[in-house]
Design a protein around this ligand. Structure first.
Ligand code: IVH
Length: 663
């Protein structure tokens, strides 16, 4: 019983610290101490599986991958809100409600979070279900994903009703999106532009592990059930706060619509100081009996309404359209604007996305354009003041050649962007590639910065990254701004960079779509550069986190003769091309085997089986071919897969047979 008591203690303690950190925004323990307790809990749980508890802090990510989401009917319909856009609309709302009742009306004003709505069910204090809105009548069961959101309690405290639902909004804070975009940028991917779509996309990821890496947060704003603690909305939310939910502090009660209006005006100005996006204010009748009396229309409650802020927009002159070339060759058109104030910052440039966007809006140089800062972080041109257009204005002709090297641009089917294919000698791309290679997260070369790179390129001393390691003191000393000390520093920095780990070298190469994370995954999986060079598409795609797009880009890079020459050169210079990431091999029982995992399993999750296959020397492949060794088949394996296996005479093995193979 001592063990059970310790387990209970650790679970409660860790849940409390999580609550302080993720809900109350205060820290009550050091990371080190927290990890220590968590490790102890994981160990105790592993050793004592009979005390399993799905609400334990260790159970946020179950490592489950699903094929899709179950559709489940909502117990209470999930309605949306009517919208208002003006003072007048709000007065109308107030008049309408006063016609429905003789009582005084108390309003609650809340912020309108710009995310995705979620409905959480708690039974006896445990989170049992999380549904998306869907069509309002039925939604998707995204419980596994929602469990990864640390501000959502898995277990409640205090005197909560035995059964209730609570609804709220899942969102990505501004800083969180910025962080995600920084990573995407490093991987050569387009930034996520809209926090709401990104939150919604994250909730629909099939791998809860991946969801747990997304900076999702959740505010709760609506309690439903038969035994709610009080008969007014405001108090109920305060109670819910005591049970452990993250309830917004920016919530106020007012007795008149004039005060409500003041609240909306205040937040319209202050909203850009918030760490998350809001797109308006929600106004609700506080008294629940009154709410019930007022009831619902077909689509929305009569007792609540949303007041939407106008998107921040200004108009200014588009002076010139210029084009940026990224290090991977992607072209981005940019509007250079007459400087204008918008949401507290001076905007001089705005995104024009791509050729289709410019054509669709018929954006031309010299136009007066509308610039908006909406849910997106980067301002964008959203329209043209056609009445103000100059008579002689010219339709924008998208550039056909690279602004840096004049090579004809290409645009692949399915790509929104044009590319400069001259990756070998386009100066801007090359400079970008150098800057990426020497950057802190890649080779981190001391004594070398953007300016020196430019100088060395201009002097003809470096044409590609491998040239860096052939620089000699006597070549550098005669250069402007290159005193003996800086030359020594540079050469020492280069020498030291030869010790940088393989995954960082791989990241530094600048393969399209291979950012820090993917580089790590590849290094860990393939161990050596030669294994990566010699791999095939099937093997690549079978690696966790590697999709078709990344796989194609990797194959493309490593089949290019110039790149292979470059790699050889770097190898000879002594850079690291073998991974030192810990070897997790447990046996060679599955060596050389190509295994397809399919269906639903009882003993372990699919991700766990895939991991086991790798740990025992096997390879995960995604589709059945004549080279497949066997299929690890769970329940509900698709009929076409079964047929294919039969046709090709590939054996099906169940999870128990599999486990005995690796035992
Ligand atoms: S209350 C029946 N409160 O806005 C009332 N909704 O346009 C249910 N939203 O579907 C909603 N912040 O996703 C409510 N403080 C808030 C909200 C809020 C954002 C979202 C919610 C809803 C949509 C309606």
């Amino acid at each position: 019983m001592k063990i059970k008591a310790r387990l209970d203690f650790l679970r409660k303690e860790l849940a409390e610290h999580n609550h302080s950190y993720y809900v109350l925004d205060t820290s009550t323990i050091s990371d080190f101490e927290f990890d220590k307790l968590l490790k102890e809990l994981v160990k105790l749980e592993d050793e004592n599986p009979e005390f399993f508890d799905s609400t334990s802090p260790t159970q946020r990510v179950g490592g489950r991958v699903t094929d899709g989401f179950k559709t489940v009917a909502h117990k209470y319909r999930m309605l949306s809100l009517g919208n208002t856009y003006s003072e007048e609309d709000l007065y109308d709302f107030d008049r309408r409600l006063h016609k429905l009742t003789d009582y005084e009306i108390e309003y609650v004003c809340e912020l309108k979070y710009d995310g995705v709505s979620i409905s959480l069910t708690y039974e006896n204090g445990d989170l049992t279900q999380a549904l998306t809105r869907g069509d309002g009548t039925q939604g998707d069961d995204v419980t596994a994903n929602v469990r990864t959101i640390k501000s959502i309690p898995l277990k409640l405290k205090g005197d909560y009703p035995s059964n209730f639902e609570i609804r709220g909004e899942i969102f990505i804070p501004v800083k969180g999106l910025e962080k995600m975009n920084k990573l995407r940028n490093e991987e050569g991917l387009e930034p996520y532009k809209n926090p709401r779509n990104t939150a919604s996309g994250s909730l629909k990821l099939l791998d809860a592990n991946e969801v747990s890496n997304r900076p999702l947060d959740c505010y709760l704003y609506y309690l439903l059930g038969d035994n709610l603690p009080t008969d007014n909305h405001y108090e109920n939310l305060q109670k819910a706060k005591e049970w452990g939910f993250k309830i917004p502090n920016e919530i106020s009660k007012y007795n008149s619509i004039d005060d409500v209006l003041k609240f909306t005006e205040r937040w319209d100005k202050k909203r850009h100081d918030l760490p998350y996006e809001i797109d308006g204010i929600v106004i609700k009748v506080n008294d629940i009996n009154l709410q019930e009396e007022m009831g619902f229309t077909a689509k929305s409650p009569r007792w609540a309404i949303s007041y939407k802020f106008k998107a921040l927009q200004v108009s200014t002159k588009l002076i010139e359209i210029t084009y940026q070339v990224g290090r991977t060759g992607a072209i981005t058109p940019v509007a250079n604007l007459e400087p204008v104030q918008l949401a507290g910052t001076t905007v001089k440039r705005a995104s024009l996305h791509n050729a289709d966007y410019i054509a669709k809006l018929d954006i031309r140089e010299g136009d007066k354009v509308y610039v908006e800062k909406g849910g997106e972080i980067i301002p964008k041109v959203v329209g043209v003041k056609l009445n103000d257009r100059d008579l002689f204005s010219q339709i924008t002709e998208y550039i056909a050649n690279c602004p840096s090297c004049n090579t004809e641009l290409v645009r692949k089917e399915g790509d929104a962007k044009h590319y400069c294919p001259n990756s070998e000698s386009c100066p801007t791309q090359i400079k970008g590639k150098f800057e990426h290679f020497i950057s802190r997260k890649a080779m981190d070369i001391d004594g070398l910065g953007g300016e020196t790179i430019e100088l060395l390129i201009n002097e003809g001393l470096i044409k590609e990254i491998s040239d860096l390691y052939h620089l000699k003191k006597e070549d550098l000393l005669p250069l402007e701004r290159m005193a003996e000390k800086s030359v020594d520093n540079l050469l020492i920095g280069l020498e030291q960079s030869k010790l940088i780990s393989f995954e960082r070298v791989l990241f530094g190469l600048g393969v399209r779509f291979v950012g820090e994370t993917v580089a790590k995954v590849l290094a860990k999986h393939f161990k050596t550069i030669d294994n990566i060079i010699n791999t095939d598409i099937e093997t690549l795609i079978a690696v966790d986190e590697i999709g078709e797009k990344i796989a194609e880009s990797v194959l493309n890079y490593f089949s290019n003769k110039e790149n292979l020459k470059r790699l050889n050169n770097l190898k000879e210079s002594g850079l690291q091309f073998v991974s030192t990431i810990e070897d997790t091999t447990k046996s060679s029982n599955l060596n050389g085997m190509k295994i397809v995992v399919s269906g639903v399993f009882n003993q372990n999750s699919r991700v766990e089986y895939k991991k086991m296959i790798e740990e025992h020397g096997g390879k995960n492949v995604s589709s059945i071919s004549k080279n497949t060794t066997f299929i690890l088949a769970g329940k509900n394996i698709g009929p076409s897969k079964k047929q294919k296996a039969e046709d090709l005479k590939i054996p099906l093995i169940n999870e128990f047979e599999f486990l005995s193979k690796i035992d």
